[in-house]
Design a protein around this ligand. Structure first.
Ligand code: PLP
Length: 466
């Protein structure tokens, strides 16, 4: 439930208009995001010290303007279309703030290996020369590029040398940089047309603003049980395609072998680039993960990965592996944007990889997450069999198809109160589909799964199940 600050000057009169104006501003500034639920008119009236009729009038006004939607049973919410009006102070589009507790994709940060990371930081500080603390190579310190190249060759079957690997501040920044470079190259072509980027439908909605800001025109392509529909991709005027082959977000499918081959063939025929977000590749529970696509076609595929799932998103450490000329352009762009990533953390990660700390941590977390996923799936099968679990046994989230008629946002909110992080799939779709959620199990201990699912069942029992 949104916690709202709405300034009201009781002396001034026109109180309903003031409340409407305060709420409109909260939506525009992104303090209220699409889908957020507003307090009941009674609660907000009590908080603001106004009569309930004043709040009802303000809500009705904003429903009429399209800022809010009101539905029997699910209260008043910020309208999905309100995203279009969200502006920063300079008139720029603004990414609404997302409460991290509702992220289905974060690891269990209570398991961050603090002691071993501290030891790696201490070791780095005790041994690096003072000169190493100066501005470094914007593409990353050689020691980390060397370690990561070895790791990605061994674990992800990547075709990589330290020279074509660039250290970045996470997959998000890696994609931004690569797209900036590709879009700038595209506008220099004689046709001068925009830069078409095929994206999976559904896809992570959080990435959309950054893709657009980097100059890409998004071309949605459906995802089915085998991953991206490459035949449909062939109809799009795309110069690049962004995919999550290891564990598609949010549907949880893995890109099938024949689709992998078809995607590479498309890239060759269309003289295009595949951007491989190596999402969730560390956590495959039923077998070893398939090697990355980049290993199959290193001249056509850019691989982007990070430590966000394996260690913590807050470290903001990731990598991009690209064909040599593109890697050089990305490194140059990074130097021009902000001169590179923090050096001490890069040395710490290099040491953590070299001493086997990274592998050991992953092995431990793989066992833990596997038992958490199993417990959630078991509890759903027993108590909510009408909810269907889709996707492979991998990653930090499971894709749940909800019964027709269920409200995704209501499920997400009920789940949050029960300690289960879920995200509605509706906002991730370009083409409408049935109700579904991405359910994050990483922070739900196995022994709490059954209680959480039973709680969800009780809270959703007022819903119609067709
Ligand atoms: C699809 C997808 N890819 C990658 C990431 C990770 O991004 P980063 O490495 O910048 O933390 C996320 C984070 O939520 C994601 O949803």
């Amino acid at each position: 439930m949104a916690d709202l600050y709405v300034p009201v000057d009781h002396e001034r009169g026109g109180v309903a208009a003031q409340v409407a104006s305060g709420l409109r501003e909260a939506v525009r500034s992104g303090r209220l995001a699409p889908g957020d639920r507003l307090p009941s008119s009674r609660d907000l009236a009590t908080d603001l010290g106004v009569s309930r009729g004043v709040v009802v009038e303000a809500y009705e006004q904003l429903v009429a303007e399209g800022f809010l939607v009101s539905r029997v049973g699910s209260g008043t919410r910020v309208a999905p279309a309100a995203a279009a009006c969200q502006r920063g102070p300079g008139g720029e589009e603004q990414v609404p703030y997302h409460d991290h507790r509702s992220r289905a994709t974060s690891p269990d940060l209570g398991h961050f290996p603090r002691e071993r990371w501290l030891a790696a930081l201490r070791q780095a500080l005790a041994t690096i020369p003072s000169d190493a603390l100066d501005y470094g190579d914007p593409g990353g310190i050689p020691e980390l590029r060397e370690e990561l190249a070895g790791y990605l060759r061994r674990v992800r079957a990547a075709d990589v040398e330290p020279e074509n690997l660039v250290i970045v501040g996470g997959v998000a920044q890696g994609l931004s940089l690569v797209l900036h470079v590709l879009a700038a190259q595209a506008t220099r072509t004689p046709q001068g047309d925009g830069f078409g980027l095929a994206v999976e439908d559904p896809t992570s909605h959080r990435q959309i603003p950054l893709l657009r800001r980097a100059g890409a025109e998004l071309l949605p392509v459906p995802v089915d049980g085998q991953g991206l529909d490459v035949a449909a991709l062939r109809d799009r005027p795309a110069r690049a395609a962004l995919v999550t082959p290891a564990h598609q977000y949010p549907t949880g499918v893995v890109l099938s072998p024949c689709r992998r081959a078809a995607l590479v063939e498309w890239a060759q025929d269309a003289d295009a680039i595949v951007l491989e977000d190596d999402y969730d590749a560390e956590f495959r529970f039923d077998r070893d993960p398939v090697g990355c696509l980049q290993g199959l076609a290193p001249d056509r595929v850019v691989l982007a990965g990070s430590v966000s799932k394996a260690l913590a998103p807050g470290l903001r450490l990731g990598w991009v592996v690209a064909p040599p000329s593109l890697a050089g352009a990305v490194r140059l762009a990074r130097g021009e944007f902000d001169l590179g990533s923090p050096v001490i953390e890069q040395y710490a990660l290099a040491g953590f990889l070299r001493t086997g700390g990274y592998d050991r941590h992953l092995r431990r977390m793989r066992r833990e997450y596997r038992s958490r996923r199993d417990a959630l799936v078991r509890a759903l099968a027993e108590h909510l069999p009408e909810v269907r679990v889709r996707g492979i046994e991998a990653g930090l989230h499971a894709y749940l198809d909800l019964p027709a008629g269920w409200d995704e946002h209501q499920v997400v909110e009920a789940a949050r109160e029960l300690g289960l992080a879920m995200e509605a799939v509706g906002p991730m779709r370009f083409t409408p589909g049935g109700p579904a959620v991405a359910a994050g199990f990483s922070r739900l201990p196995a022994h709490r799964a059954e209680r959480a699912v039973r709680g969800l069942k009780v809270r959703m029992s007022g819903q119609t199940i067709d």
